[in-house]
Design a protein around this ligand. Sequence first.
Ligand code: GUN
Ligand code: FE
Length: 455
Amino acid sequence: MTAKTLSVFYGTIIHSQSLTELEIIENGLLIVDRTSGVIQRLERNVSNPEDALKDLDASTYELHKMSPHQFLLPGFIDTHAHAPQYVFAGSGMELQLLDWLNANVFPVESSFASTDMARKSYTKVVSRFLRNGTTTCSWFATIHLEACKVLVDIIRELGQRAYVGKVNMDQNSPDFYVEKTQESLDATRAFIEYTLPHGPLVTPVVTPRFAITCSSTLMKGLSALASEYKVPIQTHLCENHNEINFTCSLFPDSKHYTGIYHDHGLFTASENVYMAHCVHMDDDEIALLKENNVGISHCANSNFSLQSGVCDVRRFLESGVKVGLGTDVAGGYAPSMLDAVRSSFFASKVQLMRHRDELNKPDYKVLGTTELVYLATMGGARVLGLQDTIGNFEQGKAFDALFVDLDLANSPVDVMGHENKTQLLEKFIFNGSDQSLAHVFVQGRRVAGAASVPL
Ligand code: GUN
Ligand code: FE
């Protein structure tokens, strides 16, 4: 018997074509090459799948006909999460950023000097993210080289697509959790060299924590490393008022917080640069992001939880800045992109009320389903520079996908029978959970799923 080399899915296929176009394909046929995990064909309006496949030898493919309450969605892309912080997600949520970092974050992150701690915690967090449908994640780890390598190893074992950052901190940090400038740069180089050969699913990302904890020498050195190895750069920007004031006082030569990163070469050292939060920014700063093709990660749960503020994402979208969503675990307490979508929806509602009631702008538009799905998938892909690889189901892209089944045994969603496909999608987006995800695929490999029988 010939080995099956193709997986074929027949049924409802939903994906974003752009910020304003959500395509719902009702009788879609999607063919995945099992060896490469790449989408070989996507066909629309297929009334008979066997007919559509007649050019193929039937022994070479496995056909999965999806039921009316099942559909495929592109995997979720979390553009900003802190892997070590998962262990205390939900604790200390009454504090604001700088106090929260000192009280909760730095003591726990410093414990990742132990690779045992890293192995135990990172296995949990990566598994949890995959179960929740996060097929790609951009991670912050800690300052510790060995623990960062452990995170890379675990991600590879579990099969997630990921950007992984060794965090850099050489000033304004507690004495138990700080690096010497040159050691920080050397460890970053070692981490990049360790991780690059592990490709193509795992990519190192240069990760200065934020300007407060990075000297000018360190930031310039990190820019040089990103440019030498052609790797992406991620950090935090304009999250909280106290943070912004302190940051600007440390770098008085720069025009504003955004200017500090630009002045240290971080916006031009890499093709792919993205900033988490960007809650409080003036027009000049947004223009600087746009000019340098720098994207943002919108972390709405975190911005509420740490009382940082409510980011007006619409403003960035209208300025043409790339936007994706981030959980920011554990500034955000939820390790789920479904939560990131819902928090973004609420943040957008708050902005709508502010525009309507305070700014006399009643035409402000809330983020709708089409935009929310885009931000959680294609938007994130663009922020990470992966728009040619993932984000939707175009032919030639990797099959990173969620097989949603609203009828699974422990489904949190009730389907009544009257729903059209948009309403089924909305039931999933607003009330679904990991118990709605029968199968989660990364590059064609099933990496998680609540279905009792793997596909
Ligand atoms: N700014 C600097 N470090 C952090 C962090 O760990 N979390 C958040 N939310 N903001 C930061
Ligand atoms: Fe963060």
